[in-house]
Design a protein around this ligand. Structure first.
Ligand SMILES: [Zn+2]
Length: 118
């Protein structure tokens, strides 16, 4: 395991909401899910149906009754890997810079552009 330095939004892996990722550590290791939220400062990602926790909720104005809800808990961004939409392998992300100033994420395994053109 590599030690992380100070939390910084700049060293955050290039993961985005709606990316399909594979969990590489923890109780949900090997599972695949879609990123629903990222926290760049703390390097947290929330993946749909992964690392679910039960949360007690108290009755209040918005929820008619108290009880439990299950919701996603964060995963460390270093414990997930992007699944490449082209070669379908867990991959690291490289960046490719184009002459017009745009950049795209590319798969280090197959060198295909991961982001769709907008
Ligand atoms: Zn690939």
């Amino acid at each position: 395991m590599m030690r992380k330095r100070m939390p910084s939004p700049f060293s955050f892996p290039a993961l985005k909401k709606d990316d399909k990722v594979i969990v590489t550590a923890g109780k949900d290791k090997g599972k695949v899910g879609k990123i629903i939220k990222v926290d760049r400062l703390y390097h947290h990602v929330y993946v749909e149906n992964i690392n679910m926790i039960k949360k007690a909720i108290k009755p209040n104005q918005t929820s008619r009754e108290g009880g439990f809800i299950t919701k996603e808990n964060f995963l460390n961004a270093s414990n997930v890997m992007l699944e490449c939409p082209h070669c379908h392998k867990p991959t690291r992300i490289a960046h490719k810079f184009f002459e017009n100033g745009t950049k795209s994420r590319i798969c280090k395994k197959c060198n295909e552009v991961i982001d769709q053109k907008k």
